[in-house]
Design a protein around this ligand. Structure first.
Ligand SMILES: [Zn+2]
Length: 131
């Protein structure tokens, strides 16, 4: 009945499990409490994962890339605070989402292939070659 409708694109109804939820489920499987811990992820969590992060009792989330479509701060601002990364920012006991440095998924092709994301070739030393 719902096949072919946009409803199945909603994260709440699909079977896909985001990495954040998979990490929390992994904690349950191996018997490690995530309470008070930190989560490191490549992309800023979506609002659905955020509610699970809050419920699991995590204290911090470090992410590399923003995710503009996430409504985490808008929907869960009572429980999370998104900082600019400065340790001195007030957090009011909320789960702190901090930007981190690292290589996001989109940079992998630039770092580990012989072409840059624009398709231009590069040599083995990383120099971009002209076409
Ligand atoms: Zn998610």
């Amino acid at each position: 009945m719902l096949k072919g409708t946009a409803v199945m694109n909603l994260t709440e109804y699909g079977r896909a499990v985001h990495a954040e939820m998979a990490a929390l489920l992994c904690c349950a499987r191996v018997g490690v409490s995530p309470a008070g811990g930190a989560l490191y992820c490549t992309t800023f969590p979506c609002h659905n994962c955020t509610k699970h992060i809050v419920a699991a009792g995590l204290r911090q989330v470090f992410y590399v890339e923003p995710y503009p479509k996430s409504l985490a701060e808008e929907l869960h601002g009572d429980a999370v605070v998104v900082t600019t990364g400065e340790a001195s920012e007030p957090t009011s006991g909320k789960v702190v989402f901090r930007p981190s440095t690292g290589a996001g998924p989109r940079r992998f092709m630039d770092l580990f292939s012989m072409t840059v994301s624009t398709g231009r070739p590069m040599d083995c030393k990383g120099a971009v070659l002209s076409k």
